[in-house]
Design a protein around this ligand. Structure first.
Ligand SMILES: Nc1ncnc2c1ncn2[C@@H]1O[C@H](COP(=O)(O)OP(=O)(O)OP(=O)(O)O)[C@@H](O)[C@H]1O
Ligand SMILES: O=P(O)(O)OC[C@H]1O[C@H](OP(=O)(O)OP(=O)(O)O)[C@H](O)[C@@H]1O
Ligand SMILES: [Mg+2]
Length: 295
């Protein structure tokens, strides 16, 4: 791989792909068309994207085959349990998508309801390293049964007494009659940096890309709010606006009693926020997404 081009490993398809693709697109990266290619070049940056399975991403980055990678913390820390090189990888940025939790769960109304109840039992998981470490820390001795997927069926099939698997909405657990009782790890997608990335000729590209990623992440829940407010209730209305410290307040032509308020809100703006603003006298409330941000 050319030393002055940056290489980034991304999941080829699956739950990380969509978020990674959206992040790159919003950061202004244009990829040359190449159907089913393992490696795609960017048209407008010295950047190559390598599309591989997510389990391979930490090793590709740790070995220097790629400078950076986008992977779930669950996979990163599981592989770190098995490899010193992966354990030494640096998390450059948390990316805020593919959020899920690694949880211990057992059949509803069964004998296992706490970590201590797992003593002498069997636990099915695709995360043996993280599960073992967690049990050791809690001083519980249980047998781990490694499975590649469909872990939730293990108790029903009498393969294991409990499971340790990823949970997002909880629908899969519920469909299999399982109840979670402990969180082993909270996970989201992260950008990992390899050992050679800093000395690579493309380190400048990496810096620019990380800056842009930060801008995309910051703009995700940041909104631009416009509203008209009665002058005498301005303080009350400002206090409701989530995470906005310096709104612009402007006169409205022909109206002495009302002002226009423009604010950048860095926290989520819910329907309930709008209802509170309306109750405080705000009118013509507009909430708009912010496409790009740079401090
Ligand atoms: N239900 C979920 N909700 C949100 N994020 C999830 C969920 N399940 C998994 N993830 C995250 O997405 C990552 C990729 O999940 P996916 O199911 O696509 O992996 P995979 O089947 O191992 O893919 P691959 O073929 O690349 O090995 C997981 O490692 C985790 O970080
Ligand atoms: O709490 P939920 O929202 O139901 O999500 C949890 C499920 O999602 C993941 O599997 P996925 O659907 O990616 O299938 P896989 O195990 O075949 O990768 C995970 O392994 C769980 O089984
Ligand atoms: Mg995988």
């Amino acid at each position: 791989m050319s030393a002055d081009r940056l290489t980034l490993a991304v999941q080829k398809k699956g739950r990380l792909f969509e978020g990674s693709e959206e992040l790159l697109k919003r950061a202004g990266v244009k990829l040359a068309y190449a159907r089913d290619a393992l490696l795609r070049r960017s048209e407008n940056m010295p950047l190559d994207i390598m599309f591989i399975r997510d389990d391979d991403i930490p090793n590709f980055v740790a070995s220097g085959a790629c400078d950076y990678g986008i992977v779930g913390e669950n996979v990163l820390y599981e592989l770190a349990e098995r490899s010193q090189r992966v354990a030494g990888l640096e998390v450059a940025l948390k990316l805020g998508f593919a959020r899920c939790k690694l949880k211990l769960a057992a059949p509803k109304d069964g004998p296992i309801a706490r970590v201590e109840d797992l003593a002498g039992k069997t636990i099915a998981t695709s995360y043996p390293g993280l599960t073992r470490k967690f049990l050791q820390e809690r001083g519980v001795d249980a047998e781990i049964i490694e499975m590649g997927g469909s872990v939730e069926v293990a108790p029903r099939m009498n393969i294991a007494d409990a499971i340790c698997d990823l949970v997002s909405t909880g629908a899969t657990l519920e469909a299999n009659g399982l109840v979670a009782f402990e969180t082993v790890l909270e996970s989201e997608a992260v950008l990992i940096r390899g050992p050679k990335a800093a000395v690579n000729g493309a380190a400048e590209t990496a810096e620019l890309l990380i800056d842009r990623f930060q801008g995309v992440i910051a703009s995700r829940q940041t909104k631009y709010i416009l509203l008209n407010a009665p002058k005498d209730r301005l303080d009350e209305i400002r206090a409701i606006l989530p995470g906005s410290d310096a709104p612009t307040v402007a006169q409205i032509v022909g109206r002495e009693d009302v002002v226009a308020v423009h604010a950048v809100c860095t926290e989520a703006v819910f329907w309930s926020t709008l209802e509170r603003l309306k109750a405080a006298g705000a009118r013509s409330i507009l909430v708009m997404p912010i496409e790009k941000m740079m401090a």
